[in-house]
Design a protein around this ligand. Structure first.
Ligand code: DAH
Length: 361
């Protein structure tokens, strides 16, 4: 290798070694191999080298280029490791520090979405009454969503619920739907577990419907209690306590009105007292329908492998958006899912304020 190349290579290898951070290293790379770098200039100048020397000169310049590239790569890996070590040391988290009780309010502060908050509150509330939380899939077999719940193929409830049907999977003939209700969790829980049972099942549900009070995706909470001696009295006591606890109104009027659901017998709709004019819950003398409930139909028990002569119980289901809107005085359901940060900030709960009964959920 000619002297000029040897000293050029030595000069840049020295500079690469001396570079103490990624930026300095990049400056060396640009000076040597960049568009107007020293090695690039030599490559460009090859055209002017006499033809008989060009081949040898070209190989020598390229060897310098390869040597510098290799040295740059090695140095970059080393500097990156040093930088990472420094960052890890600087950003080290002291996990022994006590938690901050409430983060200061600020534009970057996260918060709990009101739907999540309601689910947390219901979990705390029913948890205190001995209920566990059950979960199931959003894509549900037709049998769990309808048939096992005593809603046969021709039943009008299938149309009422504006079902999203999915194409049959794997050609196996099983119809699947986006679950239109959380009631299939009744079926799944009874089939899976040994009674007695006491669960709530909060979760997403789906219907082809969209306006100020309906969204194609919404949430329900299902409740199921099964035992040998569970009666309508238990249903009433449980729901009265739960509604009064959730809305934080100790004397909230609650009314049970007979109704019809395919999966319960007898069935009842539950109303709470409110003032139609002011929208205020509690007094006022008007009634607002809030949920469906009833004693689990003997056919449903049998479909789920329980002997109706031995087991009985009650079930209920309610819309989570609806009770959240009522509790917080929100007139429109659509903002729940529009991700407008201003709305979310105004309606969400602080992250570090767990829902608990002592707070007066
Ligand atoms: N699944 C019903 C609906 O979506 C609500 C419901 C009513 C659930 C009565 C129940 C019940 O468990 O007993 O409209």
């Amino acid at each position: 290798m000619s002297d000029d190349l040897t000293s050029l290579q030595a000069e840049y290898l020295g500079a690469i070694d001396a570079a103490s951070d990624p930026r300095a290293l990049d400056a060396v790379r640009v000076a040597a191999l960049g568009k107007s770098g020293a090695v690039t200039a030599l490559l460009k100048a090859l055209g002017g080298v006499p033809a008989d020397q060009r081949r040898e000169r070209g190989a020598a310049v390229n060897a310098v280029k390869a040597a510098l590239e290799a040295a740059l790569d090695i140095r970059r890996v080393a500097l990156d490791a040093v930088a990472l070590d420094a960052r890890l040391a600087a950003e080290r988290v002291d996990v022994t520090l006590p938690a901050r009780p409430f983060p200061p309010a600020g534009p970057d502060q996260g918060a709990i979405h009101p739907i999540t908050r309601t689910i947390e509150e219901l979990t705390a509330l029913f948890g205190a009454m001995g209920f566990a939380v059950a979960e199931g899939p959003d894509i549900e077999a037709d049998w769990y969503n309808f048939s096992a719940l005593n809603i046969p193929g021709h039943h009008p409830a299938r149309q009422d619920q504006d079902t999203f049907y999915l194409p049959p999977a794997h050609g196996d003939g099983f119809q699947t739907v986006l679950r239109t209700q959380t009631s299939p969790l009744q079926v799944r829980t009874m089939l899976a577990g040994n009674p007695p049972i006491r669960i709530i099942a909060p979760g997403r549900t789906w219907r082809a419907d969209h306006d100020a009070t309906h969204s194609p995706m919404f949430h329900q909470v299902e409740g199921l209690v099964i035992g040998r001696d569970i009666t309508l009295g238990h249903l009433k006591g449980c729901l009265i306590d739960a509604l009064r606890g959730f809305f934080g109104i100790g004397d909230l009027p609650v009314r049970f009105r007979s109704s019809y659901f395919p999966f319960t017998e007898p069935s009842m709709e539950v109303d709470i007292g409110w003032n139609r004019k002011t929208g205020e819950l509690g007094g006022g003398g008007d009634w607002l329908e809030i949920l469906g409930s009833g004693m689990v139909h003997p056919k449903v028990l049998a479909n789920c492998g329980l002997d109706p002569r031995e087991w009985q119980g009650f079930a209920f289901g309610m819309g989570i958006e609806r009770i959240t809107m009522l509790k917080h005085g929100l007139p429109d359901l659509r903002p729940f899912y529009e991700s407008d940060v201003r709305w979310l900030r105004a309606t969400s709960a602080p992250v570090l304020s767990p829902a608990s009964l002592s707070e007066g959920v």
